[in-house]
Design a protein around this ligand. Structure first.
Ligand code: KG4
Ligand code: ZN
Length: 338
């Protein structure tokens, strides 16, 4: 079954063609990083305009690379939740128009669930269930028990900032461009992770929940002085000290993540979302989670992409061959992540 996937939840426009939920025939992503960089974060209005400009060219490129025509596609999968409302609607309308014109079904896929599916879609065998899903993206941070594709139970989530968001905000404090995660990883290589003592927050009574807003403020005070304001501040650190802050922050956040993973007792752990792209995190987990089977998406599938949407969409279409109704809405936020 040939599924065409569409991703436009935030600042990447992606179209991919995937066979039987696993074989990636093409996977095109047009990133908007250049557009949002100077604002230090995604500007929804600008994101919408860019999605509109590029979605059809990206669709054409995905078909050309796959050497297929639209009439070869059996169904459409689109990331319909969660995300920025305007960008989500552009993907949804594109999917619905294709579905109507081609007379084929479409399904709305949960972008977060797709991040976890990305880790398993390139594996030769399915994971041993139940396993732990670790969702670490720019907009979400959760631990979930996964019993099968489509069967999840949330164990913990962030009560404030998402992990990627914390990287992006700390990068801004350090004067680094957006997205901040890769920039902090680069800077941290030149720093000492033991120079500063930062701590991610513990959530009383909920040991598997996360809190990252306190550590962000601690970094701000270290960089600009006690009681500095995020709106107006002056960095007081030299270049080496900034590298040390980046390394110490990264170490504290990853240490917190691993300590929460250790509180659970799963043998197989799947990672999904942009922060899973961190080579530092991958090394750290291999050192600290010895004996566990760790499953990581390849770099192209860690960041937002449409291949994971088409891959998961295959399983949804198999369960629901008629697909979703044309009047289904995009959902910017969910009650829980999955
Ligand atoms: O999953 P994703 O592409 O988009 C969302 O669904 O949110 O994740 C983007 C996030 C950004 O916050 C970015 O800073 C972070 O992933 N990220 C990283 C790294 N690469 C990307 N965070 C830490 N280290 C990295 N190497
Ligand atoms: Zn994502």
């Amino acid at each position: 079954m040939i599924i065409l996937g569409i991703e436009s939840t935030c600042d990447e426009t992606g179209v991919a063609i995937v066979k039987d939920g696993k074989v990636i025939i093409s996977n095109i992503v047009a990133t908007q990083v250049d557009l949002h960089d100077i604002f230090g974060g995604v500007v929804p209005e600008l994101a919408c305009r860019r999605h509109i400009d590029v979605i059809i060219p990206v669709l054409k490129e995905a078909l050309e690379e796959a050497n297929l025509k639209l009439t070869d596609v059996d169904a459409i999968a689109v990331a319909g939740k969660p995300g920025l409302l305007g960008p989500l609607l552009i993907g949804m309308h594109c999917a619905k128009a294709l579905s109507l014109a081609l007379g084929i079904p479409y399904v709305s896929v949960n972008h977060i669930e797709a991040h976890l599916y990305a880790a398993i879609m390139e594996e030769p065998e399915p994971p041993t269930y139940p396993c732990l899903g670790v969702i670490i993206s720019g907009g979400h941070t959760s631990l979930v028990e996964m019993r099968a594709v489509g069967e999840y139970r949330e164990l913990g989530h962030t009560v404030d900032d998402a992990i990627g968001e914390a990287f992006d905000k700390v990068a801004k404090i350090l004067g680094l461009p957006y997205p901040g995660g890769p920039e902090i990883e680069k800077l941290a290589k030149k720093g000492s992770s033991e120079s500063y003592t930062f701590k991610s927050g513990r959530v009383k009574g909920a040991p598997l929940n996360f809190s990252f807003s306190g550590i962000k403020t601690a970094v701000l005070y270290t960089v600009a002085g006690q009681n500095a304001s995020i709106r107006h501040f002056e960095a007081k650190l030299n270049d080496q000290e900034k590298c040390d802050v980046a390394a110490s922050f990264q170490r504290a956040v990853f240490g917190d993540l691993v300590s929460k993973i250790k509180l659970t007792n799963y043998q197989t752990i799947l990672f999904g979302g942009g922060v899973a792209n961190s080579q530092t995190l991958r090394r750290f987990c291999s050192e600290k989670l010895v004996g566990k089977k760790l499953i990581w998406p390849s770099p192209a599938l860690s960041l937002d992409n449409a291949a994971m949407i088409a891959g998961l969409g295959y399983h949804m279409i198999k369960k629901n061959p008629e697909g979703d109704s044309l009047d289904l809405d995009a959902l910017p936020s969910l009650n829980g992540c999955i």
